[in-house]
Design a protein around this ligand. Structure first.
Ligand SMILES: [Zn+2]
Length: 351
């Protein structure tokens, strides 16, 4: 988070906290995840809620408002979960919104220098969806809402291989981070994406990070294999450093694990012991239990700060009714389903 913004937020939060119903410190907060590339190409599905993330986000903002929730910056939710921010500084019912992977459609409408898509037409970026909602409800929304945190991939070479069409540019990160409606954070250097089929040298080292120590020099969609200091340095610190070069003086101090894979080494050793290197305040996974309104899928003060759960559009919910179930379970109208957390990397054996 931008240091200046953080100071201003803090001052206003104190003022807001007076006489307003607050988030319980034993509460549950849903953090939602959208991917702007989730778009169907089939006629009849292109503009459906279930198949188009942009349509879903537009609808979900209305649902969130109708259910009495407020979208707040995810950084504040992390501060609350960690215990650095008291619930009295936040509204009673809050939701976080995140985007992963940093596709251009997060920020740039496809009417800007792009041909209208033959199926879904002139698509609004997720940014425009947020801004239009903000304009529509400007009389009643708090100044900070809505807001999204966007986790982007640091390495330019990795991005060019994951999307050879050049739709993962970093030219808009500076504007986005300064916009007040979106902030840019870290989603690793290379995502261990299997589109990376050969090693490449960048930022003074070799990628993909996970492949170098194993001798298979390509991505395998397996972030669980990031299990050494060198791999974590390459995929987390160097990525944060590259991203921060675009958003300075801010530092990309939130991290989202690719595929929601949380390597125990990264969570319990690297993040805990090498703060002066990575300077990562909190990290986010995806569903920790069966997708949907299960207790482990809500961020709470009991959550591990380096494995805060999120709920993912299309897997955790895929209709307005599904989102209402998730919100109801956060606000106690219908308690969440108890269940144990799943550690996706528990059975992973490095090779
Ligand atoms: Zn991703």
């Amino acid at each position: 988070m931008n240091p200046l913004t953080k100071t201003i937020f803090g001052t206003i939060l104190v003022l807001l906290s007076m006489g307003v119903q607050a988030l319980s410190n034993t509460g549950r907060v849903p953090i939602l995840l959208y991917h702007s590339w989730m778009l169907a190409d089939n006629s009849g599905e292109c503009t459906s809620y279930a198949k188009n993330a942009h349509v879903a986000l537009q609808s979900d903002l209305e649902t969130i408002r109708n259910q009495g929730f407020v979208v707040v910056p995810v950084y504040w939710i992390a501060q609350w979960a960690i215990g650095d921010l008291d619930g009295s500084a936040l509204p009673e019912k809050v939701v976080g919104i995140t985007f992963d992977d940093g596709f251009d459609l997060d920020w740039i409408d496809n009417t800007t220098g792009m041909a209208a898509h033959p199926c879904y037409g002139q698509l609004n970026s997720l940014r425009t969806v947020l801004q239009q909602f903000k304009t529509t409800y400007s009389a009643t929304l708090p100044w900070y809402s809505p807001h999204a945190s966007n986790f982007v991939i640091g390495s330019p070479t990795a991005r060019s291989q994951i999307n050879p069409g050049g739709m993962m540019a970093d030219s808009w990160w500076t504007s986005a981070n300064a916009s007040g409606i979106m902030e840019i954070y870290n989603h690793s250097g290379d995502h261990d994406h299997d589109s990376i089929t050969s090693p490449f040298y960048e930022q003074g080292t070799w990628f993909p990070a996970g492949g170098q120590s194993q001798g298979n020099f390509f991505g395998i969609n397996q972030f669980c294999r990031i299990n050494s200091r060198w791999e974590a340095y390459t995929d987390i610190y160097l990525s944060a450093n590259y991203i921060s070069g675009k958003i300075s003086p801010a530092w990309a101090d939130l991290f989202a694990y690719p595929f929601g894979h949380v390597p125990p080494y990264v969570r319990d050793t690297y993040f805990q012991n090498y703060w002066s290197e990575h300077q990562t305040y909190a990290a986010f996974s995806t569903e920790l239990a069966t997708p949907g309104p299960y207790l482990p899928n809500y961020t709470r003060r009991a959550s591990n700060r380096y494995s805060l759960p999120r709920l993912t559009y299309q897997s955790s919910w895929n209709s307005p009714a599904g989102l209402i179930n998730i919100l109801n379970a956060a606000s106690s109208a219908t308690p969440p389903i108890s269940g144990s957390a799943v550690d996706w990397c528990a059975g992973y054996v490095d090779f």
